[in-house]
Design a binder for this molecule. Structure first.
Ligand code: MRU
Length: 369
C-alpha cells in the first residue's frame, strides 16, 4: 500500500514510478481514472460494487482491453466481499459471483481480456472449499495478481517490440493502447515507450481516433506526460503521410486475436493496415496472450460491439450532426492476418503463419483456456 491506501502494482514495488494509474484494486473499492474527462481533468471514480464497475466499463470510464479485464477482476473481488458479508451460505455466495460474472461479461463484447479475467476469477471461486470469507480474500489476492501480471506482460511486450526499431523511428499508432488501456505501461505505447528509452529521437504520429478520440485525448496525453515527441493527426491524414514515406511503421493494440491471427482493434485499424500493405510499411500488433482467443478460428467469428449512434453524431454532449441524423457505430474492425507483419507478445515476436506461432506461444504463455 502507498500512503494514500492505494494498492501498488508490481512495478511500483520495484521502485519504478508509473505516472498513469488506471485501475487500483483496494480492499473495499475499485478506483478508476476517469478516461472520459481526460485530458482536461484528472479525476478518479471510486466503485464500491461490481455493478458500479460494470457501468463504468460500459460507459468507457475505463476502456482498453487489458484494463477492462483488470477492472472486471477487481469487480469480482468486490462481488466476493459483498456476497461473503451478506451470508455464510456457500451456494448463495457462488450464486452472487455467477450473477456478477454474467453481468460483467455482458458489458463489452469484443475485448476478450474481459472473458479471460472472469475465467481466471471463476477458477478461484468454483474450486474453493473453504468459507466464503476466505474465498473473498483469495479473490482479492487473485485480482491484484492479475493487475500486476498485466503490467509485467506489457513491460515484456515493450522490450520485445523495441528490438524492431532503431534510431529515428517514425511510428504511427491508432486509438490508445497505452498505460490507460492496461494496468500500466501499455502494449503498443509500451513498445513506443521502450523504443524511446533507447532512442530519444523517435517521433510518433497519433491518429485522433474518431469518434471517441482516444488518440487525441488519451494517447496524446500519455506521450505528453512522458515527453515523447508526437504529432496529432486526424484519421483521414494517415494515408497522406504514409504515401509520402513519412511513416516508418504502424503499431496498434488488439481487442481480440483469432487463432489464425486475424485481429479486432479500434475502428479504423483495418484501413491503416491496407494503407500499410499498399506502401510496404510494416504493420505490427502488440498484445498480451490474454488477448488471444483460440476458440475463434478467424476474424469472421469475432463479435463486433455496436455502440450508440450518439457517440458519432455528438461529442462531449455537443451535437455535431443535424437533429435526426442517423449514424452507424461499429466500435472495432478486423484486420486480416495477411496484413500483419508481426504480433508482438510478452513471449516474443510472432510471425506468420500465425495459427502455428500463436499456438506455440499459447503453450508457453497464458492464453484463454
Ligand atoms: O473502445 P476502446 O477504447 O476500449 O478500444 C480500445 C482499443 O481498441 C485498443 O487498441 C485495444 O483495446 C488494445 S489496448 C492495449
Amino acid at each position: 500500500m502507498n500512503p494514500s491506501g492505494i494498492h501498488d502494482g508490481g512495478a511500483h514495488r520495484r521502485g519504478e514510478r508509473l505516472r498513469v494509474r488506471t485501475v487500483e484494486i483496494l480492499d473495499d473499492a475499485v478506483v478508476l481514472i476517469d478516461q472520459r474527462s481526460l485530458p482536461l481533468e484528472e479525476r478518479y471514480v471510486r466503485c464500491l460494487t461490481w455493478r458500479d464497475v460494470a457501468a463504468r466499463i460500459s460507459d468507457m470510464t475505463v476502456r482498453g482491453a487489458p484494463a477492462i479485464g483488470v477492472a472486471a477482476a477487481g469487480a469480482l473481488a468486490l462481488a466476493g466481499r459483498e456476497a461473503a458479508l451478506r451470508d455464510d451460505d456457500v451456494d448463495a455466495f457462488r450464486g452472487g459471483l455467477a450473477e456478477a460474472s454474467a453481468g460483467l461479461a455482458a458489458t463489452r463484447p469484443t475485448a476478450v481480456n474481459l472473458t479471460w479475467a472472469i475465467d481466471e476469477m471463476s477458477a478461484v471461486w468454483r474450486s474453493w472449499t473453504g468459507s466464503p470469507q476466505s474465498c473473498a480474500s483469495a479473490l482479492l489476492a487473485r485480482a491484484r495478481a492479475i493487475h500486476d501480471d498485466d503490467i509485467d506482460r506489457c513491460r515484456r511486450i515493450g522490450a520485445h517490440g523495441a528490438t524492431l526499431f532503431g534510431a529515428g523511428a517514425r511510428i504511427l499508432t491508432h486509438c490508445n493502447a497505452g498505460a490507460l488501456a492496461t494496468a500500466g505501461y501499455g502494449t503498443a505505447l509500451g513498445v513506443i515507450r521502450s523504443v524511446f528509452a533507447e532512442h530519444p529521437d523517435i517521433s510518433v504520429f497519433v491518429d485522433e481516433t474518431r469518434p471517441f478520440l482516444q488518440g487525441a485525448r488519451l494517447t496524446a496525453w500519455e506521450l505528453s506526460v512522458e515527453g515523447i515527441p508526437y504529432r496529432l493527426i486526424s484519421d483521414n491524414m494517415a494515408g497522406h503521410f504514409i504515401s509520402r514515406g513519412e511513416v516508418g511503421a504502424i503499431v496498434v493494440g488488439a481487442d481480440r486475436i483469432a487463432a489464425n491471427g486475424d485481429t479486432a482493434n479500434k475502428i479504423g485499424t483495418y484501413t491503416l493496415s491496407v494503407l500499410a500493405k499498399e506502401h510496404r510499411v510494416p504493420f505490427y500488433v502488440a498484445a498480451p496472450l490474454t488477448t488471444v482467443d483460440r476458440h475463434i478460428t478467424s476474424g469472421a467469428g469475432i463479435p463486433i460491439e455496436e455502440r450508440s449512434e450518439d457517440e458519432v453524431t455528438s461529442f462531449a454532449g455537443q451535437r455535431l450532426a443535424p437533429e435526426g441524423a442517423r449514424a452507424l457505430h461499429p466500435a472495432f474492425d478486423v484486420t486480416p492476418a495477411a496484413n500483419i507483419q508481426a504480433i508482438i507478445t510478452e513471449v516474443g515476436i510472432l510471425r506468420a503463419p500465425y495459427r502455428r506461432s500463436l499456438h506455440a506461444a499459447c503453450a508457453e504463455g497464458k492464453c484463454i483456456s
